[in-house]
Write a protein that binds this ligand. Structure first.
Ligand SMILES: N[C@@H](CCC(=O)N[C@@H](CS)C(=O)NCC(=O)O)C(=O)O
Length: 285
């Protein structure tokens, strides 16, 4: 056993000084910490989010729907999770779990709340009849299988590997080994599936590709945790091929800009296509 091993006490207590990167916002209790109403814009869909892998799933889908000419206009408001905006009373009313993304659909009366990124993807895809195969078909079962696979697997990548490799106050071998092993196994699951399929479910791009790309695509393209070399992501050739193909879609480029800080080339709030167009023209100039 190493010198810094830990013997848990009989009863866990909350050490607010744990010193971790998220110690100022993490708490062992749910609910709001302060009163704050959420803003409401003029569009049917009001998104409260940040441009993290879970957040961009939704903005990519909304941009894909708009690219097809659907009436999926949205206002995207920044919820700064580093500053604790997810614990404001208005946000907790939309998502009692205090995590981005969360959305209100104002096309219904009363408006409908939706939380959990996978649920938002499915809700929008069903509502527009786009990017999800028809109910009762084998394609639908495959799409939901990969969507739920992602929702269950990504916490090992983000909360497990990413946390201990990139964010924990010290590098500990045990959790890094454990989660690196699992993430490499997950990448191999994707690699084998993509060996004879263009997209995760076959010939058609759907919400499962959007969800899985937002996490595993981001890692193989080295846009998260700076772990490309450590995980030897270049060895997953099919995952790289698929991730590059999805990255090159215009709607994906647009969706990845939303709810990101302007200094990182993003659009903190999106209220019309022009907000993203402005960043695009700056990038080209
Ligand atoms: N299962 C949730 C996870 C959402 C989630 O973990 N969001 C993170 C950002 S990627 C968050 O809001 N973290 C803030 C916090 O934990 O306080 C989903 O898919 O929507």
């Amino acid at each position: 056993m190493s010198d810094n091993s830990y013997t848990p006490p009989k009863v866990w207590t909350w050490d607010t000084e744990s010193g971790g990167r998220f110690s100022s916002i993490n708490r062992p209790i749910a609910g709001a910490t302060h009163d704050k109403e959420l803003p409401v814009g003029k569009h049917p869909y009001q998104l409260y989010s940040q441009g993290t892998p879970n957040g961009v799933k939704v903005t990519i889908l909304l941009e894909e729907l708009l690219a097809l000419g659907e009436d999926a206009e949205y206002d995207a408001w920044m919820i700064n999770i580093g500053s604790g905006d997810q614990f404001g009373s208005g946000f907790v009313g939309v998502n009692p779990n205090s995590k981005i993304p969360a959305m209100m659909d104002h096309t219904t009366d009363p408006p409908t709340r939706i939380f959990e990124s996978g649920a938002i993807l499915l809700y929008l895809a069903e509502k527009f009849g786009r990017f999800v195969p028809m109910q009762g078909t084998p394609g639908r079962a495959e799409c939901l299988s990969w969507l739920f696979w992602l929702q269950g697997s990504a916490p090992y990548l983000g909360g497990g590997f990413g946390h201990f490799y990139a964010y924990a106050p010290e590098k500990w071998r045990y959790p890094i080994d454990r989660y690196a092993m699992e993430v490499k196994r997950q990448l191999d699951v994707l690699e084998r599936n993509l060996a004879d399929r263009e997209y995760l479910c076959g010939d058609d791009y759907n919400i499962s590709d959007i969800a899985v790309f937002s996490w595993y695509g981001t890692v193989v393209l080295n846009n998260a945790y700076n772990a490309a070399e450590f995980l030897e992501v270049h060895t997953y050739e099919q995952v790289n091929r698929w991730a590059n193909q999805i990255r090159s879609r215009n709607a994906v480029w647009r969706g990845r800009k939303v709810n990101r800080a302007a200094e990182n080339g993003g659009v903190p709030e999106r209220h019309s296509a022009a907000d993203i167009d402005a960043v695009l023209s700056q990038a080209k100039s």
